[in-house]
Design a protein around this ligand. Structure first.
Ligand code: NAD
Length: 478
């Protein structure tokens, strides 16, 4: 099998080894071989982006529009093929894979529109006869480092604004999911952007990632991944004076009040906690439930989980695909043990499943009888595992919801406008959902969190301009 190459300075180049991309639904299937970039090639990619930066800056808004629209159109046209590829490398169901590809297309189309909507501001000066203008310019060269759990949407929501606002990019996808990243860059390579504007360097965090962080040749670094890596990225970015944006983990609370519509609450909780195999930074991992509805809620969630099919991601009827790889599966199983040792009860699930194909299948698990102090409620597990925390009333629910190091997304199920509004105003999360799952967001509005979940300007929508542009204030005396 010939390896898919890295894309550096407008050319496809071999690496110094390959990454075997394995299907987590069927370990006997190799999705593809992907070239591993060396440190020297990563440096070449950064130099190429640096050389392309003035050309990117010089493009007209129409040229940027055309490139973004070209990518959006092709992603949309190939959504089934690329969605399936995504499911094969990451383990999401076919519907989820196609949905994510459509989302990537929508993001490129949104930023196509933004290329022709970049206005400045004109202000009167406090000094007579002087004019003040505020304009935005590209930051220059942006390093993009992405995680494995959204193999096409996260690269899209970083690459599209980076390029739309006129920057050159060095892109390092997670080593577990190079296929979607490669496919996206292959489309970008035909979009009419200048040579060197987009560079793809596949490989490990320790070689490719570290080279990006240590080079000093980047103006900005956008990172999504774990808290530990994110903190390291931030320190290195500060050292080299690069602008930095981090999106990291979550321990998202979903509050269910006595007055909630039970079906709505259960539907949102099951979707938020377990779909996409629970491998979403916005997954509902802490289900905080008031006393009177507690038992009915737990019974209904368990009944719903019993009806779900966990199997090969591409099999007709599968609701939940496999865990992404062995080390994530080990982590999930370890946390199931930790929960039991801490005294939590397993109300449902948690066993590894055998299916026709050999894969990392795990029954979704629901813990009950848990307290917010337990490790399973404080640390991100990142699997199809959620805990129920019983509370007395809304006030305690809010307190528990906010008692966490994270602050990405939160949710509440209630029919009380008073509690919904209060929760919206007092939840210490960047995104708040009422009668909706904590996961599942729009592409045209800001995405991001607070506390340990995020750092730096928001992603997505028009707010992306904060990160991918530099503001200039000009004083003019005509
Ligand atoms: P990770 O931190 O292990 O890796 C993320 C990326 O960083 C990968 O490309 C990896 O190769 C790279 N990397 C690793 N070490 C590096 C180093 N020393 N220098 C430079 N780069 C390095 O995270 P992951 O396991 O791929 O993803 C899961 C995590 O991502 C979870 O914590 C999840 O919550 C988080 N996540 C957050 C969001 C969000 O928007 N908040 C979205 C999706 C995922």
């Amino acid at each position: 099998m010939e390896a898919h190459k890295n894309f550096i300075a407008g050319a496809w180049v071999e690496g110094d080894g390959t990454i075997r991309n394995v299907n987590p639904s069927d370990l006997s299937e190799t999705v593809g071989e992907y070239a591993r970039a060396s440190a020297a090639q990563t440096t070449d990619a950064i130099r190429a982006a640096r050389a392309a930066a003035p050309k990117m800056r010089a493009l007209t808004p129409q040229q940027r529009f055309d490139a973004m629209e070209f990518v959006g159109n092709e992603l949309m046209a190939r959504r089934e093929e690329l969605g399936e590829l995504l499911s094969r490398e990451e383990g999401k169901t076919r519907a989820e894979g196609i949905g994510e590809t459509i989302r990537a297309a929508q993001i490129f189309k949104f930023f196509a529109g933004e290329t022709v909507r970049q206005a400045g501001e004109k202000h009167p000066s406090v000094r007579p006869g002087v004019e003040v203008e505020i304009t935005r310019e590209p930051v220059g060269v942006v390093g993009v480092i992405t995680p494995w759990n959204f193999p096409i949407a996260i690269p899209a929501w970083k690459l599209a604004p980076a390029l739309a606002y006129g920057n050159a990019v060095v892109f390092k996808p997670a080593a577990l999911v190079p296929a979607c990243a490669w496919a996206l860059v292959e489309i970008l390579s035909r979009s009419g952007l200048p040579e060197g504007a987009v560079n793809l360097v596949m490989g490990s965090g320790s070689v490719v990632g570290e080279t990006i962080l240590s080079d000093g040749g980047l103006d900005a670094i956008s990172f999504t991944g774990s808290v530990a890596t994110g903190k390291h990225v931030a320190m290195k970015a500060v050292e080299s004076h690069a602008k930095v944006q981090l999106e990291m983990g979550g321990k998202n609370p979903f509050v269910v009040l006595d007055d909630a519509d039970l079906d709505t609450a259960v539907g949102a909780a099951v979707n938020g906690a377990f779909f996409s195999t629970g491998q979403r930074c916005t997954a509902s991992s802490r289900l905080i439930v008031t006393e009177k509805i507690h038992d009915a809620f737990v019974d209904s969630v368990v009944a719903k989980l019993k009806g779900l099919t966990i199997d090969h991601a591409l099999k007709q009827g599968t609701d939940i695909g496999p865990v992404v790889d062995e080390s994530q599966l080990d982590q999930d199983l370890r946390y199931l043990d930790v929960g039991r040792e801490e005294g939590a009860e397993v109300a449902y699930g948690g066993t590894r499943l055998n299916r026709e194909t050999e894969g990392y299948f795990l029954e979704p698990a629901l813990f009950t009888g848990t307290s917010n102090a337990m490790r399973i409620n404080r640390e991100e597990i990142f699997g199809p595992i959620a805990s129920v925390i019983k509370v007395a009333d809304y006030d305690e629910a809010l307190e528990v919801a906010n008692d966490t190091d994270f602050g990405l997304s939160s949710g509440i199920a209630t029919s009380s406008l008073k509690h919904a509004s209060h929760f919206r105003d007092h939840s210490q999360a960047g995104m708040v959902m009422v009668n909706l799952p904590t996961a599942g967001v729009d592409y045209h509005v800001p995405f991001g969190g607070r506390k340990g979940s995020s750092y730096g300007p928001r992603e997505q929508g028009r707010y992306a301009a904060e990160f991918y542009t530099a503001v200039k204030t000009a004083y003019i005396q005509p």
